[in-house]
Design a protein around this ligand. Structure first.
Ligand code: PHE
Length: 514
């Protein structure tokens, strides 16, 4: 692959390596328990309408934007934004810092739960009352997020293990660490998922589960909340608004087909969610059938789906229960790790761009700090805090990131310029990004995101999320958003080495466009 990149910036070894890494970031825990439960709750097959509208209106245009920007500016989000407009650098920091200290701190703890359950599957040690086991025996959960209680050693040890694996992968350059890991993880993840689907749909009662998952309830589409949820899910699932795809694309060689990579990443991710839903709902249908209960009585959302409902269903399987459990929790584990490493890479690349520090040192320090930060989520109040932080990230931080990106590229850089760059980079390929993309990035995508953001805010002011005490919401949600903003501004004050910001630094074909 061509390597006309300044400062000897490392590139992916192959296009497929990049694609697998990007799909690895996109396909995560969210695809497995978030998507299928949302579909069920928000109108079954009818939910696919807002979901695909969100994919086309916001998802795909923003993946093209993030890939194009990272590829053009050759840096993580702070450097990329600074090259467009130096006074927007703070927003470039806000995104990977929220990703690292918002998502990754709790994401690593949840991957830790998956690891614990992977081992518990061997002897089905969770017993017959899976709810009591998860909440009381494993987490010793407290009654409120404000009541932290002590750190739970088993959860903290599993979390340490997760951070160690991420550290080992991110310690090496992307083409030897992340790329190699994803070349193994992603095919394995897809094969295991297909095994689960094949197995699940042959179980008695599976059909009822799938019907509950997909039978459309068109009336739900009149509820605005369903549309908000669809946009939030598209953002979360495509890892948008955090600068991750900007960072990954900055390691692409100069000649590259950004458009087809963007389409492939988006569709593979959505298709994976859709297919994984069959694995989840066939097993839930089976469990409802065994117990003689309606699906609505047995289903639960989020972590409870994986750690309460699923173990119970596994208990009821006719044979090879442990193998089924091992397959399911390995899928979650692999999906989680391949997303986790992208969160670490986005922040580590941002720091290396700005301060010129050595990758090994940066990754070691942030993994250590990350692990220490995760400990709060391993306390007895941890699961409540996960719930609050997750809510604030998916409803605000990420959508805000998307709006800012649209403004910076659509209005400050000018969408047309980036589109030309993307089309130039594709060389003679017939597939070209058309002017509709400019219209999306300048008007349609930001307008949709602003409406969704306002709607969430109005909802929040009416009823505090999930009835948590207001102090807890302010402490873990709002305060956290403000602290990230302050840290971002502090990083911005440190000056860049001037030649880094200078566009002379960039490869030839870019000069033609400036
Ligand atoms: N896309 C991942 C998922 O669906 C989560 C994620 C979000 C990962 C943001 C990285 C950044 O679970």
């Amino acid at each position: 692959m061509s390597n006309k990149i300044p400062q000897n910036r490392i590139t992916w070894n192959s296009q497929i390596g990049f694609l697998l890494a990007a799909v690895g970031s996109a396909v995560g825990l969210g695809n497995i328990w978030r998507f299928s439960y949302m579909t069920f709750k928000f109108g079954g097959g009818a939910f696919l309408v807002p979901y695909f509208v969100a994919l086309i209106v916001a998802g795909i245009p923003l993946v093209i934007l993030e890939y194009g920007l990272g590829h053009r500016e050759l840096g993580a989000s702070p450097l990329s934004f600074s090259r467009v407009r130096p006074n927007w650098e703070w927003a470039g920091w806000w995104m990977p810092i929220s990703a690292m200290f918002g998502i990754m701190l709790y994401y690593s703890v949840v991957i830790g739960y998956c690891l614990i359950y992977l081992f518990l599957s061997i002897n089905l040690t969770w017993g017959s009352d899976t709810q009591t086991f998860f909440f009381d025996s494993l987490l010793h959960i407290s009654d409120s997020p404000l009541n932290l209680g002590g750190i739970q050693l088993s959860v903290a040890s599993a979390t340490l293990f997760v951070w160690t694996i991420c550290w080992i992968i991110c310690y090496k350059e992307v083409n030897r660490g992340i790329e190699r890991a994803c070349k193994i993880f992603i095919p394995l993840l897809f094969i295991l998922t297909l095994i689960l689907v094949g197995w699940g749909i042959t179980l008695p009662g599976a059909f009822h589960g799938i019907k509950a998952y997909l039978i459309p309830d068109w009336g739900k589409l009149r509820d605005f909340q369903v549309w908000t949820a669809a946009f939030g899910q598209i953002f979360f699932t495509l890892s948008l608004g955090f600068g991750i795809m900007i960072t990954y694309a900055s390691y692409l060689p100069r000649r590259t087909n950004i458009y087809s990579n963007a389409l492939l990443t988006s569709w593979i991710d959505c298709l994976f969610s859709f297919i994984a839903g069959f694995a989840v709902f066939s097993v839930i249908g089976f469990m409802a059938f065994e117990k003689g209960l309606p699906i609505t009585e047995v289903i639960k959302g989020g972590p409870q789906l994986a750690f309460v409902v699923y173990p119970e269903a596994i208990n009821n399987l006719p044979f090879l229960r442990s193998i089924f459990g091992i397959c399911f929790f390995s899928v979650l584990f692999l999906a989680g790790i391949s997303s986790g490493i992208s969160l670490i890479e986005a922040f580590s690349c941002a720091l290396r761009d700005k301060f010129g520090w050595d990758r090994k040192k940066v990754v070691s320090v942030i993994c250590l700090l990350g692990f220490l930060g995760s400990l709060i989520f391993t306390t007895r109040g941890g699961l409540h805090i996960i719930d609050i932080v997750d809510h604030f990230i998916t409803h605000y931080a990420l959508i805000l990131g998307g709006i800012i990106e649209c403004y910076i590229v659509g209005w400050l850089l000018k969408a047309k310029l980036l589109r030309k760059h993307v089309n130039n980079a594709m060389g003679s390929s017939k597939l070209k990004v058309k002017p509709w993309w400019d219209v999306c990035i300048r008007y349609i995508t930001p307008a949709a995101l602003i409406i969704i953001l306002l709607q969430s805010l109005i909802q929040e002011l009416k009823t505090p999320y999930e009835g948590y005490p207001l102090e807890a919401i302010i402490l873990f949600g709002v305060d956290w958003l403000i602290i990230v903003l302050i840290v971002s501004v502090v990083f911005t004050f440190y000056p860049w080495k001037s030649e880094l910001l200078h566009r002379k630094h960039l490869p030839e074909e870019d000069h033609l466009l400036v």
